[in-house]
Design a protein around this ligand. Structure first.
Ligand SMILES: [Zn+2]
Ligand SMILES: [Zn+2]
Length: 552
């Protein structure tokens, strides 16, 4: 088992985080609901008598941690089911867990330093507000667990109401982290939103949004919470499409835009006008005159002063934002850069709910691909590869624009053929070779040799056109609101390929069907929800250093 990924921000006590969330896959949530039996759970344990309002139910779950720059997320990674009637029972009017059940839970994770423990129980009725006995019993149980397992693991306690709220159709949650790292009594921190990512089996995806943020008894406004705001006059036209609830969902989303060039500058404009509550823009590049044919919102003066692309995108978004209280952040850095306080951008991504990736390098795609599964943050990726056939002076048949979505339950970027692993054991293939060299190589991308000259000029990149950038950005945004609001939900999984030479748009298929699941030998399914302990394969980014010679 590998250690904690050291490209992430150093671990810190939860009380120092600006936000605390819980994340869970739809799959694990359904298992949890099956044991706690909220009214409409679709996995009723067999032979049970269904009386949601009469008894509390309890179950133990395993937790992992995902550490962003300012947000900590506890991921409910799995459920440890009770085995006998005695494991969870009512005595003297209160819910008891048997010593054998609790010992089994500890044994299950003792040798896995990634994991900690959460005690969940249900409350009859609509409220998940913790009772005084809850606030006494849970930390007492967890204190002995922390003594046994070590205090630096994630520990917490959750309550789920047995009846759904009318407005949201979902029951209310509450979830408290208990942090024992500073001794006892533990520091208690309430989660302000529950992120549910869902798609398994794929058919269920089509019933609604892929990402939902559920309310807690301590919900916050804006992206720190589930999206409580309502639309303003600025949203009249979109409200007709997806209603107040849809607009509220968008206001509760913080999105990351990776790569703030031609596509990214358009994404900045669109996410802000659509009404997302917050955005983080990541790029290590500076604007140059050669970018002016495709950089939205950029003036010749911006190019002359070489403004940072991330800051330009942030400014575009702030001007265009329609959500009240919209917050944008610019990060001048690289998502593949490891352990560099000045330039590592991974921690900024882990503060976000969704990632829009407009950066082409295969290394970037590989890192974000892994992150999507390990940290439960879905990614929508898009780009264009244009080539000109120099004999006919027309677009080569390989020219294409592509858009993909990846996340738990969906095919990953690798299985969708968005990036390839190099043959050389040394690392990831990058696509910074001149297009003609690629052709000489049978179309395979090759890795640049260390120390090979590269002045970062545009000649090494595929040609880029403002029109295809517009199409890619819009396709990505179509998927984005499908993911969040649930419009046109059948379009958000898989890979779309547009070929400008024929004008056709097609889905990537396997045996004639759209590819929506990972291949059998893909490792992503084994890393779902493992958080900080999954190696994201970061390193020293040479491209970052070409553009920023001062980077150590
Ligand atoms: Zn209770
Ligand atoms: Zn895969």
């Amino acid at each position: 088992m590998s250690g904690r990924d050291d490209a992430l921000p150093e671990s810190y006590p939860i009380r120092e985080a600006e936000e605390f969330h819980v994340a869970i896959t739809q799959d694990v949530k359904q298992t949890l609901y099956g044991h706690l039996r909220p009214e409409y759970a679709d996995r009723e344990p067999e032979g049970s008598e269904y009386q949601p309002d009469r008894y509390e139910q309890g179950v133990i779950a395993t937790l992992t941690r995902s550490t962003g720059d300012s947000r900590v997320t506890y991921i409910v990674e799995d459920v440890i089911p009770p085995e006998t009637d005695d494991d969870v029972h009512i005595r003297d009017g209160s819910l008891k867990l048997s010593p054998a059940y609790r010992a089994r839970a500890k044994d299950t994770i003792e040798h896995d330093p990634r994991k900690g423990i959460a005690y969940f129980h249900s409350h009859p009725g609509w409220s998940a507000y913790p009772s005084k006995p809850d606030l006494e019993a849970d930390p007492m149980r967890l204190e002995s667990d922390a003594e046994f397992l070590g205090a630096d693991r994630p520990f917490g306690a959750g309550i789920i109401a047995s009846r759904p709220r009318r407005e949201t159709v979902e029951p209310e949650w509450s979830f408290r982290a208990y942090d024992f790292t500073a001794g006892t009594p533990p520091q208690r921190t309430e989660a302000t939103a529950i992120r549910v990512l869902g798609a398994s089996p794929i058919e269920r995806v089509r019933d609604g949004p892929y990402l939902e943020k559920l309310s807690t008894a301590f919900s916050a406004q804006g992206p720190a919470g589930p999206g409580l705001g309502t639309g303003t006059v600025a949203h009249d036209s979109t409200l007709e499409l997806w209603g107040e609830r849809g607009q509220a969902r968008l206001s509760g989303i913080r999105v990351a835009v990776v790569g703030c060039g031609g596509v990214g500058s358009l994404l900045a404009e669109q996410v802000a006008r659509l009404g997302v509550g917050g955005a983080v823009f990541v790029d290590f590049d500076h604007l140059k005159e050669a970018n002016l044919n495709r950089a939205y919102g950029a003036s010749p003066e911006d190019a002359r002063s070489n403004v940072r692309k991330a800051e330009l995108a942030r400014d575009i978004a702030e001007k265009a934002a329609t959500a009240p209280g919209f917050q944008a952040r610019a990060v001048h850095g690289s998502v593949v850069e490891r352990g560099n306080d000045d330039y590592s951008a991974l921690g900024a991504l882990l503060d976000c709910d969704v990632i829009l990736n407009a950066a082409d390098p295969h290394w970037v795609q590989k890192v974000i691909d892994r992150l999507a599964y390990a940290h439960l943050i879905p990614v929508i990726s898009g780009g264009t590869h244009l080539r000109v056939n120099e004999e006919t002076d027309e677009l080569a048949s390989g020219a294409r624009s592509t858009v993909e979505t990846a996340g738990p339950g969906l095919a990953c970027l690798h299985c969708l053929e968005a990036w390839k692993q190099g043959d050389r054991s040394s690392g990831v293939v990058r696509d910074r070779q001149p297009p003609r060299d690629r052709a000489d190589n049978g179309g395979l991308y090759v890795q640049r040799e260390p120390g090979e000259a590269d002045d970062g000029s545009d000649e090494l990149r595929d040609p880029s056109v403002v029109t295809t950038n517009g199409m890619v950005a819009s396709l990505m945004m179509e998927r984005f609101h499908a993911l969040i609001v649930g419009t046109s939900t059948s379009t958000f999984a898989g890979r779309q390929i547009y070929r400008p030479s024929t004008g056709e748009m097609k889905w990537l298929t396997t045996d004639g069907n759209r590819r929506t699941r990972c291949k059998d030998d893909c490792e992503k399914a084994r890393t779902v929800g493992l958080g900080d302990y999954v190696d994201l394969d970061t390193g020293e980014d040479p491209d970052l250093r070409v553009e920023n010679p001062d980077a150590r």
